[in-house]
Design a protein around this ligand. Sequence first.
Ligand SMILES: O=C([O-])CC(=O)C(=O)O
Ligand SMILES: [Mg+2]
Length: 615
Amino acid sequence: MPSFLSCVAPLCRAFRPLAIFNHKTHRQNPLFAALFSSSSRPRSTVSAERSREVIKTKQRRLSVIHDPYLNRGTGFSADERERLCLRGLVPPREQQLEQQIKRVMATYYRQRSNLDKFQYLSLLMDRNTVLFYRILNDYFPELAPIVYTPTVGEACQKFHAIYRRTRGMYFSMDDRNHFRTMVYNWPRPHVDVIVVTDGSRVLALGDLGCNSMNIPIGKLALYVSAAGLNPLRVLPVVLDVGTDNDELRENSLYLGLPKKRLKGQAYLELIDEWISAIRQRWPDVLIQFEDFSSDVANTLLERHRYASAPVFNDDIQSTGCVAVATILSSLRARGKPISAITNETIVCTGAGSAGLGVCHAIVDAMVDAGSSRDEAYSRFYVLDKDGLLGEGATNRVHESAHKFIRSDLEDGMKLEDVVRKVQPSILLGLSGQGGLFTEQIIRDMAKFQKQPVILPMSNPSDASECTASDTFRWTNGRAIFASGSPFNNVTLGDGQLCHSNQANNVYSFPGLGLAVTALRISCVTDSMFLAAAKRIAQLLPDREVQNGLLFPPVKDLRSVSAEVAAAVGMVAVEEGLVREQIDDKLRTDAKAMHAFMHSQMWQPKYSHLVAEQAV
Ligand SMILES: O=C([O-])CC(=O)C(=O)O
Ligand SMILES: [Mg+2]
């Protein structure tokens, strides 16, 4: 039987010229809309109801305890102990999650370094899924910097040295022509979200090859924790296409293929083969490209975003979404209407895929607020490692940077000179260069602006272009500050409390994933990210925003994700991209959509284990 992809892909390709860059084309072209909105497997109509979960299992004895999704440690009920033949295999006293949390957290606090904490949590994740996610939810602000940026960066650098147990899937260049059978080695029938990396640019740490596996694992942990995706239905993937990191390649403990990176056409064909294998088994799955180096990130996104089912690039699109949300929220903080985004003057350091993704997303937001596209581009000054993109830059930068090239200033102009010359309202850091925003630059920003907006978005913390405490000291607390990796709030000598915000893509991708999964959205569009950004920027009351808080606290991420999912869902309905059968109320009522998204979240609770008769 022909696969979904083999039927749809040629059609999609035929329509690509219509679809590229303008998602609205989908909606306006009835054939395209029909193609994407027809359901590949009909299901019953979805409403806000959801039945209580019971897990049936044929497993007994130690195989129950050794399965992290079934394991409850000391938390098996008397009934489960009896029916699943666990009597005597666990200590006699039945405990609740509360006691288990207490024991785990006490052990966690005894770990000496952040890397030890990372490993301890990984072991917990391998052993007891519900307990891991309950703890991650309850202690999110404290644990997120361990399972995610910044510690996840160190855990990737040392992956080969600390490796204990496999999680996720590896597809290597030596496996070419086998991907279509390999996908069936994954033991679970349903997958909702895949985060995939080729490890070519891990955070700002460069090429870490196969060591990058902790990035997809970490991002998917956030999907589960922050948006209630089902942990049984997520799949972390590394595409091992070699590494140009000589040190790693020559290390005998390195776990990837000790080969140089595959490049060019052969590389693109490998990715095509992988996507087609994935689509063959899981036609609807959301694929998130993560930490691909700038030379391939855009190419891959453009090649696959409309040619197959839902795909997006986190570093380009979610970072763009969060940057727009940050700017809109900062306008509120500065007492301006959000339409005043059209008047911002923006200096962006970093012309890689993330930097340009952010700039393009801001251009879209300016156009949405009434600017012409050309006017919007004219508000930007973009720099790469060789300085300002002036007329000489055409040959050295990706095509998507061309619109940002300035003809009015000298090519290669230094950051400090650009800041003095153009007196920006916003300074964006996507350069991956820790400390790039010097005291002089930040002080100059504070000379030109009453409330300069300083956004060092590079990760992990060492790569941040400036720290929160320096920024607030150098601006006497007047700056509006948001960074990619977390910084503590700062109290200045005079007692003034300055809020350090975390403008991280965790505010956007989990909610997007929830919407795509719950509604079986067929294509991820830029307008979904814009709607999400506008929603995020409106979540806090004026009083808090005026105090310099730009986002709700990360402990409230589940509720942020429901808002993002609802905003994305409403756009998907409008654009005709929802494949799930949904009732009219969901189509028309934003509140019902929001409640629906909440109802779809997986909760880290021990659901009742029922012994199924083994045959
Ligand atoms: O992981 C993060 O915190 C943000 C991100 O995607 C990156 O920096 O590549
Ligand atoms: Mg990333």
